[in-house]
Design a protein around this ligand. Structure first.
Ligand code: ZN
Ligand code: ZN
Length: 360
């Protein structure tokens, strides 16, 4: 049993759990290296079972580190019968399930089938996620490689930025450069937003929005490399920045660099969030309401989540974003975001694209 697996079992063991029914794809990948979708895992202390239908059995056999692959779905029994048989065969009584990751219909089917086997489903949260939050050196390296691909792609796409190009076309150009530059995919749906549209922190890029002089260009993007992701946002001005744009940008930059400085083992995410908010509000600007940052890894948003009124103590090995912003409907938005590794003596910023105000 690896140290990570042992760590994962500490809590369920203390709660008397015999197994964990894993429906999160990222958790399946983390535990067994399996990259498929639509499959289920029953993790026990003695070993894991990967329950797959015929589309995935061969793939699971070749990818899983140690799990026994068990087929389900016709001509094999449905998943709930497979789970109850494994419970009976292995003497599993209390089986944890990921409360945020299991749909009701499947929960209901499995709970009923387990009743016949004298076993029950027990809700748990964040068992694997909490272990995943602290990256190994190898994982941190993969995230750093994804960041480097994204940095290079953004630099390469800037010559394409011209009056009249649409948000969607610029996004496609950036995505193309990330993928040809070594990413297997984008880390998430890239956001390219022009002008006033930047006040919607997570809007979709559109083909009917052309770039005009004086627009902010907000680009939130990341690369996916070996399953691991990067997450960066930069905001540019197309043409000359107005005094108001410059003042707002410098405030968000100050907020971002000051909060970034606080990233270290032992720091509380709540304090980092409050510091970033205070600088933006102190300048009389509207401040972001989402949290200052989130973990990044196999998923684009994962633990730890740093936000208002939530204590989260950072630990060495965590990879988090720092992404304050200011958004004003009808005017636009500014966000500056980096992906950062918490190191034993502080932090290392993994996304390195320059942040000073850039007029394109
Ligand atoms: Zn982002
Ligand atoms: Zn982010």
């Amino acid at each position: 049993m690896s140290d990570k697996t042992r760590e994962m079992w500490e809590l369920p063991e203390s709660q008397g759990l015999d197994a964990l029914f894993v429906t999160s794809q990222a958790n399946q990948r983390y535990l067994e290296g399996f990259t498929g979708a639509d499959c289920f895992m029953l993790a026990t202390r003695e070993g894991n079972y990967l329950i797959a239908d015929s589309r995935y059995t061969e793939m699971a056999e070749s990818e899983c580190r140690s799990a026994a692959v068990v087929p389900h779905r016709a001509p094999n029994p449905p998943v709930q019968h497979v789970v109850s048989r494994l419970a009976r065969d292995n003497g599993l009584r209390r089986i944890g399930f990921e409360r945020g990751k299991l749909i009701w219909g499947l929960y209901d089917d499995i709970a009923k089938a387990l009743e016949d086997a004298g076993a029950e489903l027990v809700p748990v949260s964040s068992l694997v996620e909490r272990v995943r939050a602290k990256k190994t050196a190898d994982e941190a390296e993969m995230i750093e490689a994804a960041c480097a691909i994204a940095d290079r792609a953004l630099e390469d796409v800037l010559p394409v930025v011209k009056a009249g190009i649409s948000e969607l076309d610029l996004k496609i150009e950036l995505d193309y450069r990330m993928r040809t530059g070594g990413a297997e995919d984008t880390a998430f749906d890239t956001m390219v937003l022009f002008g006033a549209r930047g006040s919607q922190p997570h809007a979709n890029s559109r083909r009917d929005v052309p770039l005009k002089a004086g627009d902010f260009i907000l680009i939130d993007f990341g690369a996916l490399r070996d399953g691991y992701r990067s997450d960066t946002t930069r905001t540019f001005v197309f043409g000359r920045a107005s005094d108001e744009q410059r003042r707002a940008y410098m405030t968000v930059l100050e907020s971002q660099t000051a909060s970034l400085e606080k990233v270290a083992p032992g720091s509380n995410g709540r304090d980092i969030n409050d510091l970033a908010l205070g600088i933006i509000r102190g300048a009389g600007l509207p401040a972001f309401e989402y949290g200052i940052g989130h973990g990044v890894g196999l998923e684009i948003h994962e633990e730890p989540f740093m936000r208002q009124n939530t204590d989260v103590i950072l630990e060495a090995g965590m990879v988090v974003t720092i992404e304050p912003g200011s958004y004003k409907p009808g005017w636009g938005g500014i966000r500056i975001e980096d992906t950062v590794l918490v190191t034993p003596d502080g932090h290392r910023v993994l996304s390195r694209f320059p942040k000073e105000l850039t007029e394109l």
